[in-house]
Design a protein around this ligand. Structure first.
Ligand code: ZN
Length: 336
């Protein structure tokens, strides 16, 4: 017979009740002031003591018996009936189910936040932010890109002027968002075009060389104008930097603009725009080309060629579902 003293906690209040425990014939008897429990050892668990701490005996209904008599607790542990594996498996299983359910809920919440919450917040912020902020981020991004990945264009000035003049002429006939067209040579970007916040549209020499008609370059520029119109690159930047940055931006502390700008070039190249953004930019381009009386097929032609062009990192190449995207351009009929 093992006898030891300890404190009983009833699992409801935090009050400790001094008790004496007796291990006798397969039963743990616990007695104290107004307390008389007889608990079958099958319902008893002993938590191994950690260091010099007191040991804890887990009892049914959330009760706990704490004792510093580690020798007695060791004897109690010895006396406990062998656990049947099924019982443990069941306990473990039910815990696993809870754990997996909790994990699943966490994943769903985080995913929803990133998938829908953040883009929605970024869209809201992008349309709420003052235009000056776009321009500032765009300027910083461009300065950074010119340092590391963009060089002055080597195209013939006449070719650049011809494209720029046609664009300017079109934008006198139809409403274009404020923009600046820039031709740049870039080993890193290959045949590419991109729209920066604030309206800078960068067209690489390789893209112009890949085109077989100035209309094709204009079609790509029209698509980029769509990104400018919808302030996509700013949204992309805000989205990736996260809710914290959005909050900072919305509350007007624009000290972090340089950080936003620094991260943008790699974003435009690596993650690219979402499908929805591409669709918006495509829809814009389709309407723009219709008004300009430029065959919409020109966009499909160059997109198709970009898709097959494997040299260098290609922004348009990474755009989702080229096949699906060019369909409306192939189906479009004449001027609108
Ligand atoms: Zn695009």
């Amino acid at each position: 017979m093992t006898r030891f003293s300890g404190e009983l906690f009833d699992g409801i209040t935090s009050r400790a009740h001094p008790v004496t425990a007796t291990l006798d014939d397969g039963t743990l008897h616990i007695e104290g002031d107004g307390i008389a429990l007889a608990i079958p050892l099958g319902d008893v668990n002993v938590a191994p003591p950690v260091g010099a701490a007191r040991g804890v005996v887990h009892l049914p209904e959330g009760r706990e018996l704490h004792s510093a008599d580690l020798a007695a607790l060791a004897q109690l542990t010895q006396a406990l009936p062998a656990r049947s594996p099924e019982r443990w498996a069941h306990k473990l299983e039910s815990r696993l189910v809870y754990a997996l359910a909790a994990l699943l809920v966490s994943v769903v919440v985080i995913f929803s936040g990133l998938r829908w919450g953040l883009p929605a917040a970024a869209q809201l912020a992008a349309h709420t932010l003052p235009a000056g902020l776009d321009a500032r981020i765009g300027k910083e991004s461009l300065a950074l890109m010119e340092k590391v990945s963009l060089n002055p264009s080597k195209l013939a000035a006449a070719r650049r002027q011809a494209i720029a003049q046609r664009l300017a002429e079109q934008c006198r006939h139809q409403a274009c968002p404020p923009h600046v067209l820039l031709f740049r040579d870039s080993q890193m970007f290959g045949a590419n075009a991109m729209a920066l916040p604030g309206g800078a549209i960068v067209v690489t020499d390789a893209l112009v060389k890949l085109s077989r008609h100035d209309d094709e370059v204009l079609a790509v520029i029209a698509h980029e104008l769509g990104h400018v119109q919808h302030r996509h690159s700013l949204r992309l930047a805000l989205q990736s930097i996260g809710a914290g940055a959005i909050l900072v931006a919305v509350t007007g502390d624009i000290g972090s603009v340089t950080d936003l700008a620094a991260g943008l070039p790699s974003l435009l190249l690596q993650s690219g725009y979402s499908r929805d953004m591409e669709r918006e930019a495509d829809a814009y381009a389709l309407a723009w080309l219709g008004t300009a009386c430029i065959p919409a097929r020109r966009f499909a032609d160059i997109l198709d060629r970009l898709d097959k062009n494997t040299s260098g990192t290609n922004l348009l190449d990474s755009h989702p579902g080229t096949r699906e995207r060019i369909q409306p351009f192939l189906a479009a009929r004449g001027c609108t």
